[in-house]
Ligand binder design. Structure first.
Ligand code: SF4
Length: 432
């Protein structure tokens, strides 16, 4: 008998995506046809993997659930399930508000879904995944949760305390993924630098990255989401010495004024932050830094914001993202501070900060013209092959566009490319 088709819809971050990919592998094993992020309901069953990070993300997840609930009411869907961070956080409320959903699961209880569909969870497949990314790269989640106490952040409430995955298990997963064609690993965690503290009683990120780097076939390793306090500085050596560790670091700094860093409970000062950036650039020549900043946190004065702008101008981050503060119930900030900055001011500050960065990004991209860089090809779009250098993470960073006119390139392969032009964001290149 034909097994049913299941649509998996993933919202939120790459950590959620990894959960979806694990679920998809299990469903494939059970014989289902599985599609990912279909534009509209196309299967008999749908599973929405939600995000509960901040206001906008929650709204997006709720709208998606409502859309599928409507499809179910119209008879276009037999069953609808919801999992992930939003449903972990608001399971009871959602069950009452949107009862069309057959069952809500928490972030870590999606294995029950298999049972509810009449299938077993295959423990022996726990490191396997059905990749939704191009086959040459994958996200690699090394831990769950976070032990930090940043004032504004609901992640520890949703995902609980930091839990590192055993190193052996991660290495087995890397080997499995390499055997399936993966060359590039986006190493992810809520907070990378804490890796190992719970399990091995010390920070083990440098050692873990060395072990991953030793696996034959691993061509690029990229690190996402580090925390600046107590940074494991041996990582500088690993990044410097290992060719397959990208000279790239995604480190969320959030703010620079001492007033704000203290209110945000970040356990670093302005001086520490400037020093860390300097150390990165000195110890890992050529490193590209990505950061995330926040505007409009309670207590942010005009003077604090001026300091933040000055920081962005001085630090000249290669890549930068910014958020407007969103009050999240249960967080320290929600309980101790008043969300006193208006939405208009938050938005104006956000726009101003992004404007400054846009000019910097454009200048840094223009400075790459004439350079020869190693590029991996991700896909074809229009008349171009679209690739990335070691300084670019998928989805968020600039891309390298190579005209298809004179080249025949293979997706997932590396090429030496000379950069011939740039615009505000992307680069244009020719294969050498
Ligand atoms: S380190 Fe990151 S995930 Fe952890 S509480 Fe702070 S902002 Fe949230």
């Amino acid at each position: 008998m034909r097994k049913k088709t299941i649509d998996i819809i993933t919202l939120g971050c790459s950590k959620n995506l990894v959960d979806s990919e694990q679920l998809m592998r299990q469903l494939n094993e059970a014989g289902y046809n599985v599609t990912h992020d279909a534009e509209k309901p196309s299967g008999e069953i749908a599973v929405i993997n939600t995000c509960g990070f901040i206001g906008d993300a929650k709204e997006e997840s709720i709208n998606m659930i409502l859309e599928f609930a409507e499809a179910k009411e119209e008879g276009n869907l037999e069953k609808l399930f919801v999992m992930g961070c939003l449903s972990e956080r608001y399971l009871k409320e959602l069950s009452v508000e949107i009862p069309q959903v057959d069952k809500y699961y928490g972030k870590f209880s999606w294995k029950e879904l298999l049972k509810d569909l009449g299938n077993a969870y295959h423990e022996e497949l726990h490191i396997e995944r059905t990749l939704t990314t191009p086959q040459h790269y994958a996200y690699l989640k090394i831990s769950e949760g976070c032990d930090r106490k940043c004032s504004y952040c609901a992640i520890p409430i949703i995902t609980g305390k930091h839990v590192s995955r055993p190193m052996e298990e991660i290495i087995d997963e890397v080997k499995y993924l390499v055997a399936n064609g993966v060359k590039e690993f986006q190493v992810i965690a809520q907070e990378l630098t804490y890796y190992g503290v719970d399990l091995y009683k010390r920070q083990m990120l440098p050692e873990l990255i060395e072990r991953i780097s030793d696996v034959p076939g691993v061509e690029w390793i990229r690190l996402h989401y580090a925390y600046p306090a107590h940074f494991p500085t041996d990582l500088f050596r690993v990044m410097r010495e290992r060719d397959n560790v990208c000279k790239y670091m995604d480190i969320a700094l959030q703010h620079i004024s001492d007033n704000m860093l203290e209110r945000m409970r970040r356990h670093v000062t302005k001086e520490d932050t400037y020093q860390l950036i300097e150390q990165f650039r000195k110890e890992v020549p050529g490193i590209h830094l990505r950061t995330t900043l926040m505007v409009g946190h309670p207590g942010e004065t005009e003077a604090d914001f001026e300091e933040l702008k000055e920081f962005v101008r001085k630090a000249r981050f290669d890549r930068m993202g910014a958020f407007a503060y969103s009050e999240e119930e249960g967080t320290y900030a929600a309980e101790h501070y008043e969300d006193s900055i208006s939405q208009e001011i938050k938005q104006a500050r956000l726009d101003e900060l992004m404007d400054i960065q846009q000019g910097i990004s454009a200048e840094l991209s223009a400075a790459k013209v004439g350079q020869q860089l190693k590029v991996i090809i991700d896909r074809i779009e229009g008349d171009y092959y679209i690739g990335r250098t070691e300084f670019d993470s998928p989805e968020v960073d600039p891309e390298v566009l190579i005209s298809m006119d004179n080249h025949k390139l293979v997706i997932g392969n590396f090429y030496q490319v000379v950069i011939i032009n740039s615009d505000d964001f992307d680069l244009f290149g020719e294969v050498v």
